[in-house]
Write a protein that binds this ligand. Sequence first.
Ligand code: ADP
Ligand code: ADP
Ligand code: ZN
Ligand code: ZN
Length: 839
Amino acid sequence: PDPTRDAPPPTDAVRVRGAREHNLRDVSLDLPRDRLVVFTGVSGSGKSSLAFGTLYAEAQRRYLESVSPYARRLFQQMPVPDVDSIDGLPPAVALQQQRGGSTSRSSVGSITTLSNLLRMLYSRAGTYPPDLALLEAECFSPNTPMGACPRCHGLGRIHDVTERTLVPDDSLSIRDRAVAAWPTAWQGQNLRDILITLGIDVDCPWRDLPRDTRDWILFTDETPTVPVYPGLDRDAVRRAIARNIEPSYNGTFTGARRYVTQTFAKSQSAAMRKRAESFMVATDCPSCHGQRLNPDALRVTFAGLNIAQLAALPLARIADLLVPASVATGIGATDIAARRIAADLIGRIGVLLDLGLGYLQLDRGVQTLSPGEYQRLRLGTQIRSSLFGVAYVLDEPSSGLHPADTQALLAALDGLRGAGNSLFVVEHNLDVVRRADWIVDVGPDAGERGGEILYSGPPDGLRDVARSRTGPYLFAPPAPIARTPREPAGWLLLADVTWNNLAGLEVAFPLGAFTTVTGISGSGKSSLVGQALVGIVARALGQALPAETPDGAQDGPAPAPREPQGRVVNGLGAGGLAGVRRLVVIDQKPIGRTPRSNLATYTGLFDTVRKLFADTDLARSRRYDAGRFSFNLPKGRCPTCEGEGSVMVELLFLPSVYAPCPTCHGARYRPEVLEVTYRGHSIADILGLNVDGAYALFADHPALEVSLETLRRGGLGYLRLGQPATELSGGEAQRIKLATELQKQRRGHTLYVLDEPTTGLHPSDVDRLMAHLDSLVAAGHTVIVAEHDMRVAAAGDWIIDLGPGAGDAGGRIVAAGRPTDIAQAPDSRTAPFLRRVTG
Ligand code: ADP
Ligand code: ADP
Ligand code: ZN
Ligand code: ZN
């Protein structure tokens, strides 16, 4: 109870005047500082445009201007938020969810800086063998020359060739290309002719050559240069040399390993590198056994473990192991250092445990984290950095959180606020919205039908705002589950599922029904639904898991995510698979990784549009084909930015920024291409239209009408056709995939799998999504989702609750049954929250 909480905005307020970024309608509002301010509204209403596009963008601009004279010169190019004025704005830190997916190679340990502290701990307070002098902290990092294992350079794995990889078929002779790894064509013949000069029998099956000859050909580093007589056999060459006959040329030999490793390391051609890689196998480094560090560092221990062993444990276990050192009473320099560093580590890890992240390991790559996990990790790191007077701008921090974990998130936000910071949070989760000191409700709808501030004030006042889409959900009493769950048409049985924290799990999913898999974060929902189920079913259906998509080349929803390299889900489909004809995975992965893919290209509607342009009179008279209207092909795109519309500007010491292309000013095309118009719109204008606008323009065009209408019904009417894949949130990417999928006509029973489909969705958007998914089930298909939203779980036919805890403490089925049964399940951590929504 904080008496100042409900007070009107004090003089100490952030005053925004005339904000017009994106769809904002020239709005003005006052926001209290040092409070939890939550921005609500349907997707596309303008929440992010206000919180990130205006408040954060302006704070960042002012900050950059103050620190970097170099950056200042670039501001002519950098977009400035469209706002008349903002007063009282503190410096801001944005914890935004990654858009477009992360390509970062960093790990949990590096972004939290916990790895640095651990290195310090081992350096100063580790147990050293008697013959080893104290090591610097850097010696414990595989990323420094001193720390890295000299054999594998800190990679932990080595790529190497073997006789089997270089010579896949040892019944062939060298002439018949036994050494498959060698180059083909002339270069291959050259190597063969060199071997002939060297007196080697190139017509003998490889396996019958002497061992030392084979080893020399494959593994030698010698590169002898010898005379070459193409076309002659061994004896003829010997005679030619004896008679001093001039050779055609002198050729230099390269052993197969040398050729492969050099090509892999140095070739300019990606295809050549890929070919070389195919002759190598990756194995654990024989020196460090995958621990990546030099032998000395690995001899230093703490609590009986070396640093690599400790770093491989979940955070919660590390904290446990540190406790004795943090409370030990020794007075030696080592004891004191250990106490101080261990206490600091425990404090930092404790914050992450509170945020439900104790199951993560330090060496977990950032790319394997969900956006919600990533953001909470960064949030947890900020909390310990004890800044104050800062505005934190957050994007749906509750995403990925079970309601049981949301309390801890709120406590963490309270902590930041209590330390004197302002919190500006875009959020849909009603538990978080209810805890706000101040709500800004944006709306009423998306895009042009949104962008107004419907309400700005303490939560209770929203009750009386008739136009708000948020109010009814916020103040609605729980409603009993009205419908009777469907009877399953059969069961899909999986047995012996072993993946991440799932160990020998057996699970039954009802077919022809809507199933929600629930459980606290880290309990194994994604592992079960997004990975194991998908992997096993895809395998059983013989449906290929697609390879990593090349940039921008993806053209439809992926059938299933790729299993991480070298790992295969252990488990089998034990029943019911005969009933399933197809598997469709609708995940939150980006629809493309570069600004070159966008909504229009992904859904395929841009192909149709380009044909319409090629069909116009002007295009015909100039002989422009559809390819001319592609920003991916040189003949039509702007040569400066190569069709990206923007160019990257590198800033010293600061993250690089994109600025509009100086030649085409963002239009992406050559000027002459833009002269061609369709109903008054150039091709660039079309990409600038949102779905609603395009729908109005193309309503009489059957193919376009169908796909645009499906996007609109998916709540995406506000998205621009050319909105780059990298700007789309995970939730938007997922809804685009869903809409693309829905517009296809499908025969046969399809299994639809979705991982947290409600991320980024306002409760009213969730209702729409549910109606969509329900229509799929009504048509006889099966839908399985991993989800935290209890309204979704309650509305389905079946719930599988995983747990009881996270990581090793989870991965089991706590309860499975109809929603009304799960709401009463005694040991389920989901049950109480399910009861709250169902009354
Ligand atoms: P919300 O955060 O409420 O989901 P946004 O602020 O992201 O909504 O979007 C509000 C409107 O602004 C939408 O019509 C959206 O298409 C548009 N918009 C969002 N980002 C951009 C952008 N980078 N350029 C132009 N319009 C945008
Ligand atoms: P949930 O979806 O319920 O939050 P996850 O399936 O993501 O849970 O995680 C279950 C367990 O599997 C956790 O201990 C997590 O750390 C581990 N895990 C998940 N993904 C990976 C991965 N790519 N590599 C290693 N461990 C993972
Ligand atoms: Zn090594
Ligand atoms: Zn350009």
